[in-house]
Design a protein around this ligand. Structure first.
Ligand code: AMP
Ligand code: MN
Ligand code: MN
Ligand code: MN
Length: 287
């Protein structure tokens, strides 16, 4: 049986990726993707371009975003798929979620300056295609290119995670708000890469039950962030909670991302793909 090659998670230079929406659409097609979504962090600025580029290439498209949420002392990412990108409440919610990034970045740079690394705010900003979306990823690229660290993972480990000089705690959106913005705009909310959160079993259970209580319906099972064991584990979680399953590379940049667009394993066969429930929201070029 042919399983659809859906890749429903990646980033352009409208957030913290390095490629344009148009270049990503072409790369998705070259990677064999049949259904694609661009899911920039807290931002819809690339949606129209991604959709137009996809449809021009004959690639089916779903609107997407990835919302930063604070829950039980961790940052959690909630992907939204298939919503109306013109929905005012969703747009306002995302604008509010983005609004603290510049000040946070300034404080991150202050922390790095105290550790002997000067000019990091201006340095990171030069890497941000969209200054409103300045993120830890842009600091990481600046610190690699200026020779402080050999790769972005070591920057995160040494400077940008809790307990390190460039880390600044931040209050993102609330879980219930993020889910409601997506659902009320006609989309489906997805817990992104659950294997990445450092939760106790009790906290993880609370994340899933509260997410569902707010109207969330899906979880990423197959993602560039999961090991094979995590993929199996969250397949079981999807069944246990009756959730739809999603699949996405989380591609950010050639040479930086572990997984290429379209190059993921298939979803385990016992799961219901989230794109089945999104069929009426899929956009295609007229035949
Ligand atoms: P921010 O939203 O500014 O906190 O930045 C979060 C982004 O940093 C994520 O979306 C990833 O792209 C990236 N990121 C987080 N942890 C790591 C890591 N350990 N190595 C490389 N990139 C990471
Ligand atoms: Mn990112
Ligand atoms: Mn994420
Ligand atoms: Mn992502």
């Amino acid at each position: 049986m042919h399983l659809l090659n859906a890749d429903l998670h990646c980033h352009s230079n409208v957030s913290d990726g390095t490629l344009t929406p148009e270049a990503l659409a072409a790369r998705a097609l070259a990677g064999g993707v049949e259904l694609w979504s661009l899911t920039d962090h807290d931002e819809l600025g690339g949606q129209q371009r991604a959709r137009d580029a996809a449809l021009a290439l004959g690639l089916a498209y779903l609107t997407g975003t990835e919302i930063s949420v604070s829950f039980a002392g961790e940052t959690v990412h909630i992907v939204g798929l298939g919503f109306d990108a013109d929905d005012p409440a969703l747009q306002q919610g995302l604008a509010a979620t983005r609004s603290g990034r510049r000040e946070r970045a300034q404080r991150m740079a202050d922390g790095l300056a105290r550790a002997g690394i000067g000019g990091a705010f201006e340095g990171a900003l030069r890497y941000a295609g969209n200054p409103e979306l300045i993120s830890r990823t842009h600091f990481a690229r600046f610190l690699v290119d200026s020779g402080v660290c050999p790769d972005t993972h070591s920057v995160f480990r040494r400077y940008l995670t809790e307990g390190h000089p460039g880390y600044v705690p931040h209050a993102w959106a609330r879980l219930g708000d993020a889910v409601r913005w997506i659902v009320d705009a006609g989309g489906i909310a997805v817990i992104a890469h659950p294997g990445r959160y450092r939760y106790t079993p009790t906290e993880e259970y609370a994340l899933f039950t509260e997410f569902i209580a707010h109207g969330g319906q899906a979880v990423e099972v197959t993602t560039g962030s999961h090991s094979a064991a995590e993929q199996l584990r969250y397949a079981d979680t999807a069944i246990e909670f009756g959730l739809l399953a999603s699949r996405g590379s989380d591609f950010h940049s050639p040479g930086e991302s572990r997984t290429e667009l379209g190059a993921l394993p298939d979803l385990p066969g016992r799961l219901t793909p989230v794109w089945q429930a999104l069929a009426p929201r899929i956009q295609r070029a007229p035949a």
